[in-house]
Design a protein around this ligand. Structure first.
Ligand code: UTP
Length: 291
């Protein structure tokens, strides 16, 4: 069973991140020296994905520019003895095949995923939100989810983690039918953003899924839900009435970079993980004498 496509919806308005998102796509906001989006692309590549489908809005040209090879610029850098930079910008554009689909109207995450059908057709595929990054020291979370998808014979796998009970109201909460192994569960419902007292569990959907192409049929028939948007969760719930759907509690540290605090945490942690920055960052934080 092969999973070669990853769909990354990046067409949202990013209102939680205004005013910067008036001029810059939130997916292109940097975490040190790479856009947020590139950490997600790298996770997909580390997970064995070869083809990335970006769902973009008409004004997000910077995403395409970033992933399109610029040989003239590479040559300029080489001529200036900056081979390392030339290699870094070339490697970004050659690590996968990139496809772009424009979402003309922001009708929700489910609508964005449905638009990928013209590229993905009847293949299996991963979906990763364009503003959720993960750090990991073992297998990439995308790889863990693809492995779970293979183990379940190609049934939908919702990726997520256990969150603090008071925070479950921000996510989709899983109703568990059966725990199949340490990290794999069969689910019997998903409740989107429940009040903590109404949540079936604290296992939360965190912006990563693996689907078979049958999700497209459900998305095509899913009416607009909350906020007039086509909700991916509603389509998963429809699919669950017809076939098994699973949840995988992935290993890795996840940051919601669509949220200001999550974004700042990601920058600090990524900087602290880099040999060229770690000492300087620690020295700076110490110098602040925070009580
Ligand atoms: P979010 O709801 O977090 O993104 O969607 P948003 O709409 O940009 O955020 P706010 O609430 O206005 O701040 C999760 C992912 O789905 C994409 C977003 O780009 C993000 O990566 N998305 C969302 C789309 O591609 N299209 C949509 O219509 C909605």
């Amino acid at each position: 069973m092969n999973v070669k496509y990853a769909v990354i919806p990046c067409a949202g308005k990013g209102t939680r991140f205004l005013p910067i998102t008036k001029g810059v796509a939130k997916e292109m906001c940097p975490i040190v020296d790479r856009p947020t989006l590139d950490y997600i692309v790298q996770e997909c590549v580390d997970g064995g994905i070869t083809d990335i489908v970006f769902i973009v809005s008409r004004d997000k040209d910077d995403i395409k520019k970033f992933y399109t090879r610029d040989e003239r610029y590479e040559q300029e850098l080489i001529a200036g003895n900056k081979e390392e930079f030339a290699k870094s910008i070339r490697d970004i554009t050659t690590k996968a095949n990139f496809h772009y689909v424009i979402q003309e109207e922001q009708l929700g995450l489910g609508h964005a995923v449905l638009l990928a059908k013209e590229i993905v057709k009847d293949e299996n595929f991963v979906v990763c939100c364009g503003d959720d990054i993960c750090t990991y020291s073992n297998d990439a979370p995308v790889k863990q989810l693809v492995d779970a998808f293979i183990k379940t014979n190609g049934h939908t796998v919702v990726g997520g983690q256990k969150v603090a009970h008071e925070n479950i109201c921000k996510y989709g909460s899983m109703g568990i039918e059966k725990q199949l192994s340490d990290r794999l569960y069969k689910i019997n419902k998903i409740i989107e953003k429940p009040k903590p007292e109404e949540a079936p569990s604290d296992l939360a959907s965190l912006g990563k899924w693996v689907f078979n192409a049958r999700i497209f049929d459900e998305l095509e028939n899913t009416p607009r839900g909350k906020g007039g948007e086509i909700q991916l969760t509603d389509a998963i719930d429809r699919l669950r009435e017809k076939e098994d759907v699973y949840f995988y509690d992935f290993d890795g540290k996840r940051y919601d970079c669509g949220d200001k605090l999550g974004y700042i945490e990601a920058i600090i942690d990524v900087a602290l993980s880099r040999d060229d920055l770690k000492d300087g960052v620690i020295e700076h934080i110490k110098s602040l004498n925070i009580k």
